[in-house]
Design a protein around this ligand. Structure first.
Ligand SMILES: NC(=O)c1ccc[n+]([C@@H]2O[C@H](COP(=O)([O-])OP(=O)(O)OC[C@H]3O[C@@H](n4cnc5c(N)ncnc54)[C@H](O)[C@@H]3O)[C@@H](O)[C@H]2O)c1
Length: 251
């Protein structure tokens, strides 16, 4: 029970790594807001957590829309009266286009991945300060936030680099309030719903040549790193980044 008594809001929790993290957090005693645009899938995650004896609620949320963040925060406070942990998984891929200079795609990727993460940090910090400080924010960047990759729209790399630096910047400002912010950088995990060429087996095999551990990561392996950073075990860690990438960034 590494999150006993804590209230956690997890975006992108209807699918993939966010879903795995929501389940793991509930197992460790957290009360979890499953926030996502996908309502039926999110409701299923809540039902799974309830069936396992945990506590969760679903909140519809488009992270790019500021009023929806206000509504999500109001809902978490109405239900549990506080917010201790924010984890931001909500994101869209940059590997589903043939036009690597598509301006509309730049705008949407930046709106969801970068602006969305900024808004989440803004509302979580505001609430954590209002309740007297403390709290942990874990933002999901990527190996793509550290290095470029062929075939991926540069907006994806730029947005994930923004996530990395939003996190470090606010970590320096909020340390005095005891609010910790860190990033987790997954490598080759099961493809995102919005993946294009990075879901293609031939492309993945080429990328795999750069993974020292020689295999895909598992969603649970990312969830475990996020659990650690969210918990009080990571009490002296802020502004840091954890690469859960099988060694990709060590090359
Ligand atoms: N899968 C990978 O290989 C990989 C690698 C590195 C980083 N990441 C990052 O990890 C995070 C999770 O990826 P995943 O593999 O679980 O992907 P996924 O596609 O399975 O899940 C992403 C979730 O985000 C939600 N989402 C998308 N846009 C949203 C919005 N505007 N508002 C709210 N929710 C929204 C989706 O509905 C979905 O439930 C993403 O930020 C992604 O960029 C993924």
């Amino acid at each position: 029970m590494r999150l006993a008594g804590k209230v956690a809001l997890i975006t992108g929790a209807a699918s993939g790594m966010g879903r795995a993290t929501a389940g793991l957090f509930a197992e460790h005693g957290a009360r979890v807001m499953v926030a996502d645009m996908l309502e039926p899938e999110g409701a299923l995650v809540v039902a799974e957590i309830a069936a396992a004896g945990g506590e969760a609620i679903f909140q519809p949320l488009d992270v790019a829309e500021e009023p929806q963040w206000e509504a999500a925060l109001a809902a978490v406070l109405a239900r549990w009266g506080r917010l201790d942990v924010l984890v931001q998984y909500a994101g869209i891929s940059g590997s589903n286009t043939n036009n690597l200079f598509d301006t509309a795609l730049w705008d949407r990727i930046m709106a969801v991945n970068a602006r969305g993460s900024f808004l989440g940090v803004k509302y979580a910090v505001q609430q954590m300060r209002a309740q007297g400080g403390g709290g942990s924010i874990v933002n999901i960047s990527s190996i793509s936030g550290n290095v470029g990759q062929k075939g991926i729209h540069c907006a994806y790399n730029a947005s994930k680099a923004a996530v990395r630096l939003i996190t470090k910047s606010v970590a320096t400002q909020e340390g005095a309030a005891g609010i910790r912010l860190n990033t987790v950088h997954p490598g080759l995990l099961p493809p995102m719903r919005t993946s294009g060429i990075t879901a293609d087996p031939v492309t993945r095999a080429k990328m795999m040549q750069h993974v020292p551990l020689g295999r895909d990561g598992r969603v649970e392996e990312v969830a475990n790193a996020v659990l650690f950073l969210a918990s009080d075990e990571a009490s002296y860690i802020t502004g840091s980044e954890v690469h859960v990438d099988g060694g990709y960034l060590a090359n």
